[in-house]
Ligand binder design. Structure first.
Ligand SMILES: [Zn+2]
Length: 175
């Protein structure tokens, strides 16, 4: 088993779309950043990479690289998923806490949970989405995300032989 932890923050900026967990939320301000500013997906990406000691989001997608300007953060998450698979792990569950003054996350938590579960290829009940307001922190202009993940060793190779993954495991042969 492996545990991973990720953290991210982005500043609110007027006139850009707000995307959290791959879901566009109705709000006058979005999160500024070199990509789409999806603070939750960035924290999940770092948590996954950290769990297999494979660096962090910036080592794969440098913030000064124009290629990632406005990028869909699902691309970053995809790279992290590749890295954990390469290390022989799969996700058991993910838990997250968002800290932001507004908008209220509660009404959208179900949709965010569904989106994150779909992107990670795990069931909804393995994705925790919690939110708090930044009481006394003075971070009303920012959105912050904390994420913990638990990885488990990928299920045995015996199963792989019985399924379509056989060809994939062949191509993974050393050489
Ligand atoms: Zn970020």
């Amino acid at each position: 088993m492996r545990i991973g932890y990720g953290w991210d923050s982005h500043e609110f900026k007027a006139g850009i779309p707000l995307v959290i967990g791959g879901v566009k939320l109705p709000h006058g301000k979005g999160l500024a950043g070199h990509s789409d500013g999806d603070v939750l997906l960035h924290a999940i990406t770092d948590a996954l990479l950290g769990a297999v000691a494979a660096g962090d989001i910036g080592s794969y997608f440098p913030p000064n690289d124009p290629e990632w300007k406005g990028a869909n953060s699902a691309v970053f998450l995809g790279e992290a998923l590749k890295q954990i698979a390469k290390a022989g792990y799969e996700i058991s569950n993910v838990d997250s806490t968002l800290i932001l003054e507004s908008p209220k996350i509660g009404p959208h938590a179900g949709e965010i949970q569904k989106s994150v579960a779909r992107l990670l290829g795990i069931p909804c009940n393995a994705v925790g989405i919690k939110a708090k307001t930044p009481e006394g922190m003075g971070t009303d202009d920012a959105a912050i995300a904390h994420v913990a993940v638990l990885l488990v060793k990928k299920s045995g190779t015996r199963m792989a032989h019985r399924t379509k993954r056989t060809s994939k495991s062949k191509s993974r042969r050393r050489g």
